[in-house]
Every structure is written in C-alpha cells, then in structure tokens.
Design a binder for this molecule. Structure first.
Ligand code: GAL
Length: 372
C-alpha cells in the first residue's frame, strides 16, 4: 500500500534525523524518491475521509450514550494538546456520547503515570481508548495490554514507529493512528522562508541562511521531521544554510525564550532565521527577539507550527513571519470517528492522515476565525 511505503520511508528518514543538530543540517539526508512519496502522501485521499463516511452510516447503529471512552493525554499543560482534547470532548458529545462516560486524564509527561492510567481504564472496562502516548516508544507495550483486554485503540498525535503499525495490520487488531505527516509541516516552514527570497533573508550577505533551530521533545517524530524538512526545503531549492544553534526546547515557551536569548547573545546580528518546531516555542523566541532589540520582518524571520491564536495574531501584526496550521479539528474528529467505527464494527484503516496548512498574513485571519 502506498501509505505503508510512505510510513516506511518516514521511518528510514527518522533514523537519519535522530542525530539532528547543526552538524548534519547542511546535508540532505533523504532521497528524491522519499520527497516525491511524501508529496504524494499529502495529496492522497486520506483515511479520515473514508472514516467519516463510514461513521455517518455507523453512528445511527450504535448506542453511543452508554459507551465509555478513556482518553490519555501526554500532558495537559501542552497548548496544542489542550485545543485537541477540548475539541475531542465536544465532538464526542456531539456524536452522542454522554459527557459522564468520557474520561480524559493527564499523563503529566510521565510514561509510568500514563501506563497506570491505562491499567485503570482497562480495569474499569472502558469500551474504547484514545491514547496520546508520553513516549511513542512505549506503544508496543501499550498496544499489547489494550489488545489483550479486547479494547479498541486509537493513537493520536505521537505516531508509533513503522514496525508497531505493521503489527496492527498483520494481526488484524483494532488499533489505528490518527495524525498529520510532520514532514509536510517542516516543508511548509521552509517554504515560508523561501517565499521571502534569499536576498531579503540573507541580511549579513554571506550567501547563506544563518539560522537557529528550536526543537520539541527529541523522542517525538514531529520534532524530528519538522527540524529536518524545514531546512531540507531550503537546501532542495539550492539555498545554502548555516546552522548557528540547534537545541531542544521541549515544546515549551519558557525554554525556547532562554535558548533564543542565549543564541542571540552569542551570534548577534548574524541570526537571520529562527525555526521553532511549534508556536509555543515561537512565542518564547519572539520575546527573546524583542528583548534583544531585533524586529521580525525587518532584520530577522520567525516561523512556528500549530496556529495558536496568539501566534496567528502575531502573523497578522507581522511579528511572526508565518506558522503552519496543525488541524486539531480534523484530527480530533477523525479520532472520535475512528472510535465510533470500532464500536459499531465498521473498523478502520491502520493509519488516518490529515493535511497541514501554510499560514501567512494572507490567510491568518481566516484560520484565526476558525480556531477562536
Ligand atoms: C505537536 C504540536 C506540538 C505539541 C506536540 C505534542 O504536533 O505541534 O505543539 O503539542 O504535538 O506531542
């Protein structure tokens, strides 16, 4: 299947991206084939659409009000996952689940805590589980115990690896993953910079894009692929790049603020672009940029991912160059639809994708109207 091939390629590129850092950022680590396959993946009809259609037929057959849903979120304090879980809860209720039968728990970014929560859900006999794992590498253990308890499982946001997804298919288990292809969001970040033109971006005139990278959780494939593909978009277009600093900000605004403040202190006016793996960190970067007396859009450029309201307001004001909409509506709805499909026996494909949207000043208001 094409999607499996894409997943395999992503798994292979992940190996290359694991050792991410300034050292390998100037080299292209993937093949043209991989890039083509990824492009195809973004235009391919998504499993989400199929799932939604199937759900429309199936919902009427299910007595959803009696069904118990357990939802594990890796960390409640994560801005994006807060939007996701709020929409997930609302959408589940709109489908007919009773609010009192939906339990959403906070893993507090600790896998042991989350594993205990999963055990509790199994003991309580929930009808379906939706899990945003703390560590994707724990997926096999999680899957084994949930499948042994005969509970259908929908993973969200943090994609388990290829070998894990292959097990679901080989064994015909009721397990799926719902999420977007993170390489697409990275490519869009690179394009946001490329659309400005090298002459505009290359403030110090050394013929290169001198950048800082601020990464999310290093175990997370979204962080790995955004880091890789944002820069790859530039190098694929023949632009030279120079990585000044590449550090882990764990998706957090405060950590990004101090990383970028230090990097600006060290590299000064040579910093031309700040890539952040998400908007929370871009907002922290913006605080550091402003404190250093720099001006986004004039002497430095800044991009994030997620399309948080505050980031969109900054894009509109010109204080962020752009962001990428991480569609929590589509992802949460697809996750809930997939849960319903398991409950009604309709079943699901083992991968349900969605598309990111590039956000500039031109469409930021439209996205803001949608997310507010
Ligand atoms: C990403 C999102 C980040 C963070 C992360 C958590 O998709 O862009 O902001 O929420 O998921 O896994």
């Amino acid at each position: 299947m094409k999607r499996k091939a894409v997943s395999l390629i992503l798994a292979l590129t992940m190996v290359a991206a694991t050792a991410v850092g300034c050292g390998n950022s100037t080299t292209t680590t993937t093949t043209d084939d991989a890039a083509e396959a990824t492009d195809e993946a973004t235009t391919e009809e998504t499993g989400a659409e199929d799932a939604a259609e199937a759900t429309a037929d199936a919902v009427s057959n299910a007595d959803l009000a009696d069904k118990k849903v357990g939802v594990c979120i890796y960390q409640f304090s994560d801005n994006f996952m807060t939007l996701f879980r709020t929409e997930l809860q609302n959408y589940l209720v709109s489908l007919g689940f009773a609010e009192s039968n939906i339990t959403i728990v906070d893993g507090a970014n600790d896998q042991a805590t989350q594993s205990g929560q999963i055990d509790n859900f199994i003991t309580q006999g929930v009808d379906v589980l939706i899990i945003n794992p703390v560590n994707s590498s724990s997926a096999a253990t999680i899957t084994d115990k949930v499948v042994a308890a005969d509970i259908p499982l929908v993973y969200i946001n943090r994609e388990p690896d290829e070998s894990e997804e292959a097990r679901w298919e080989e064994n015909g288990w009721n397990v799926t993953y719902v999420g977007c292809d993170a390489s697409q969001s990275g490519t869009f970040q690179g394009e946001l910079i490329m659309d400005l033109g090298l002459e505009t971006v290359d403030k110090n005139g050394n013929g290169k894009v001198d950048y800082i990278m601020v990464e999310g959780d290093p175990e997370n494939i979204d962080a790995q692929l955004r880091t890789e593909y944002s820069v790859k978009a530039l190098t694929d277009a023949g632009w030279e790049v120079n990585c000044l600093s590449d550090q882990v900000g764990n998706w957090a605004q405060d950590q990004a603020q101090s990383i970028v403040a230090n990097a600006l202190g060290q590299y000064g006016d040579d910093v031309e672009v700040v890539f952040c793996n998400n908007d929370a960190m871009a907002l922290g970067a913006l605080q550091a940029i402003q404190a250093a007396g720099r001006t986004v859009g004039e002497d430095i450029y800044l991009v994030g991912v997620d399309a948080l309201s505050e980031a969109l307001e900054n894009v509109l004001a010109g204080t962020m160059t752009g962001t990428v909409f991480n569609d929590h509506f589509s992802q949460s709805h697809s996750a809930a639809d997939a849960a319903v499909n398991y409950l009604t026996g309709a079943g699901n494909e083992h991968y349900i994708g969605c598309d990111y949207v590039k956000v500039t000043q031109d469409n930021a208001q439209e996205i803001l109207d949608m997310v507010q």
